[in-house]
Every structure is written in C-alpha cells, then in structure tokens.
Design a protein. Structure first.
Length: 271
C-alpha cells in the first residue's frame, strides 16, 4: 500500500495546515522601514546660495566697502570742556570701518587725557559717525595751590587746575601736615571726608561756606560768610549736624561761633 506511505513521507516536518514555517528574525535586522533619501531641491539650493551671498555682501559692506566708514565725530554734554577738546582727545581713527572702531579704547583714552570727564558713552551713529556723550565732574571743593585752584569732586578726586575758584564752591584747606590722622588716613581720605561734609550741606547753607578746614579726621571747621565759624567735628552725622546748624543760624542771627560737633548738644557764642 504505497499511497499512505508516500503521504507520510511527503509531509514529514511540515505543519498540518500545509503552510511554510515563518522565517526567524535575524540578529540586528532593521525593524522599521528605510526612509527614502531626498536630495536638496533646486529651491533649497537657491535659498542657501542667496543667504551665503547676502552674508558675504554684509561682511564686505561693513569692513571692505567705503559706505560705512567713519567720516565724523561729534561730542555732546560738555559744560566746561569744549566739544573740540573732546573730539581731539578722543583721536578716533577716521576712514576706518565703523564696525571695527574700539569704543572702549576711545572711552579710556578720553578719561585719561581729560580727567574732568567722569564718564563717556561712545556710540556708533550709523552710517558714518562716532558720537561722544560726556558727563563732566563737578567741583565740590577747591584747593588753593601755587596761586591757582585744584578742583575736587564729590568723590575726592582732584581733576583740574583753574586760575580762579568757581563761584559758590568752598575752598578746602588741609591743615593736617603734622597731625597723627594724616599718617593713619592719608590726604586722599581726608579730602573725601571734607567733600562728604560739603555734599551733605543743603544748598542755602552750602552757599554760605567760604572755607572748609581739616585739621584731623575728627576736627573739621567751616568758615562762613559774615566772619562766622562752625566747629563740625568729624564727618559722621553730617545731615543731622546740617539741620541743627540751619536752625541755629536762624535762631541766633548775631552769633559768630557755632559748635555742632555733638548735634544733640550744640553750642552758640558771640551773640
């Protein structure tokens, strides 16, 4: 009986359904579909080339062309200085690309050459100009020196020498050459103490001060108009001392000597 034997041998190892077995997954086989590679289209290529050309043109316009080069310098904010002095001291290189101008170097050069300048903003004013916006130091006191006057600002900085004292600015006399406080604090610190006192005075009182004398750090004296003298003491509690002195000047108009070194216990004499 060949029929049954042939049937068995022909179906050995095959499933009963007659379907071929599934192929096992290979190690490392990609389990997601491969995305098709797309070459950049003509439109993308044109955009890329256009951006590259614009970038190159921009660099050339800023640094290589004659369109955006420095042709002028302007100064503003001056009070005592002239705009010409500021422009000359700035020494801005003309006919150079505006984008390459070193604004920090210009500002440092101005502060070094013109100590009256407290701060300066150096601004590129497109397409051709450098603008210098200056803030000058203002004198809080002046120091007589060699027949002239050295201006001292509110920070105690000596910044200029003038032939005559500015109107309404008190004179500072440092009479502390032999005082122990000079070795301890130094003249710069004593100057700052003096200008702190002057800057704390209200305008009506400040205008009456002719001389501010510093014998030591805690021995400051004000000489007022009308041959009046004020013992101030140290620079501590200056706003309180100024308020007390203002009240005393109104209450004792004929007095010539005032002591507000201890503002809680002021003294008046010479009335």
């Amino acid at each position: 009986m060949a029929g049954p034997t042939a049937a068995r041998s022909g179906t050995k190892g095959a499933p009963a359904s007659g379907r071929a077995p599934a192929e096992p997954a290979r190690a490392g086989r990609r389990l997601w579909p491969r995305l098709p590679f797309r070459r950049p289209g003509r439109r993308g290529l044109i955009i890329t080339l256009t951006l590259a050309l614009l970038g190159g043109f921009g660099v050339w316009a800023l640094y290589g062309s004659d369109w955006l080069r420095v042709s002028g310098v302007k100064a503003s904010g001056t009070r005592v200085l002239t705009s010409g002095e500021v422009v000359r001291a700035a020494a801005v290189p003309l006919h150079t690309p505006l984008a390459s101008v070193d604004t920090d170097a210009i500002a440092a050069r101005l502060r070094h050459r013109l100590p009256r300048i407290k701060s300066v903003d150096v601004v590129r004013s497109w397409p051709h100009t450098i603008a210098l916006k200056v803030t000058e130091r203002e004198p809080e006191l002046v120091m007589p020196e060699g027949g002239k006057y050295v201006e001292v600002d509110a920070e105690g900085v000596r910044f200029a020498t003038v032939p005559a004292p500015p109107k309404g600015v008190p004179a500072l006399q440092l009479a502390a050459d032999d005082a122990p406080s000079l070795d301890r604090f130094g003249p710069a610190r004593l100057r700052r103490a003096a200008v702190e006192v002057a800057s704390d005075l209200p305008k009506t009182l400040h205008n009456q001060v002719k001389t501010l004398r510093v014998t030591s750090y805690d021995a400051i004296t004000l000489d007022l108009t009308g041959k009046r003298t004020v013992v101030w003491g140290s620079g501590e509690n200056s706003p309180r001392k100024a308020a007390v002195l203002t009240a005393l000047l109104k209450a004792a108009r004929d007095a010539h000597h005032f002591d507000v070194s201890v503002p809680s216990a002021p003294a008046v004499s010479g009335s």
